[in-house]
Design a protein around this ligand. Sequence first.
Ligand SMILES: O=C(O)C1=C[C@@H](OP(=O)(O)O)[C@@H](O)[C@H](O)C1
Ligand SMILES: C=C(OP(=O)(O)O)C(=O)O
Length: 435
Amino acid sequence: MRLRVKPARTLQGEVEVPGDKSISHRALMIGAIAEGETVIENFLAGEDCLATLACLRALGVGITGPEAGRVRVKGRGLHGLTEPADILDAKNSGTTMRLLLGILAGQPFFSVITGDASLRRRPMGRVVRPLRAMGAQIMARAGGELAPLAVSGGGLKSIEFASPVASAQVKSAVLLAGLYAAGETVVTEPALSRDHTERMLALFGAPVRRDGLSVAVRGGPVLKAVPVRVPGDISSAAFLLVAACIVPDAAVTVKGVGLNPTRTGILDVLQAMGARIEVKVRDAGPEPWGDVTVYSGALRGTEVGGELIPRLIDEIPVLTVAAAYAAGETVIRDAAELKYKESNRLRTMAVELARLGADVEELPDGLVIRGGKPLKGTMVESYGDHRVAMALAVAGLAAAGETVVQDAGAINVSFPGFVAALTRLGAAVDTEILA
Ligand SMILES: O=C(O)C1=C[C@@H](OP(=O)(O)O)[C@@H](O)[C@H](O)C1
Ligand SMILES: C=C(OP(=O)(O)O)C(=O)O
């Protein structure tokens, strides 16, 4: 599939974005090991979360839906999963593979998990090492670094783990394994990453304790099913919000979007760049959400790094687009983690934005974007990375002439309805299905 994007004269109106990907994954997994039926509303029926759903079914969990955004998970309790008869497929989803590894590490049976070509290149040693330290036997390519991974779990002991990376997937894998270990498992991270796992475990009744950058869970809790309403995904909203910043005379409201402070770094940075943003919080929790309105206006370059990075890690591709349209220089540092996503997002955004005429320099851990050069539409490549595809489509909305984003089918990984949302706001984006 490819997208043909025409320059947008303006963008106006209200839209909703699909449910949050991180929260949808967690609701399925935690629901699967809880007691009772978890009803999930506004579940993200994107390819990544559907991969998690299929893996859980293969582990013996009865799941109905998604139907009109609703999924029912018949929880099997902490010890009710069964040995899968075949290889589990996490497809393109790092969250599926890493979080499920945490659960599989606790199971007294054998399982194998793999994924697509992109996921089979991504580092898994970061979860394999702590899970092995807890007692799981895990075999994988490259000495435990690359999928496929084979797990013989069970008999875990708790650990205190200082994660070298601020990664919610690493933290979550260890916490989920910690549910199966005697005593208290503690994870400390160098900066706070998204905290959806700990919020949801607490909601389901697990004893979770936070102390600064450390979070602890005690093994053997009874998790009790709780209804989960998933807020809209701020990572999807970010594409529409940046689009509204860079297209003339735009006023766009994204309604019902998640506003967990571990995820709202993009709003802080756009504000620092001079964007006009209004945030109306409509519910405080357990996962806060509300409406966000953005008006177009002149942006200026900024510096992004340090503890802000995990708060906007998936928004950096589209942030580079805002930077390309901003006056002056934007410097992004401490973002080497972007090399380990669906594509090397530092490289892919640098190369593809340069094709559109932007002045971008790649650093070992970030990017320098000298903004304000006029961009001109051309043929660009997504490398099968959903966020790169959508970021380039947004860039095309304010470029001269037509931008064609090749290999854009991956958008369905996280944001089915992306083109429909842009169209609703007044953009002209055509989808071409290639034979
Ligand atoms: O836990 C999660 O749901 C996610 C954590 C982040 O990855 P890392 O934990 O690798 O930083 C993020 O990039 C990913 O899209 C989703
Ligand atoms: C990195 C991402 O997801 P995952 O790690 O789950 O593949 C993403 O959605 O941008």
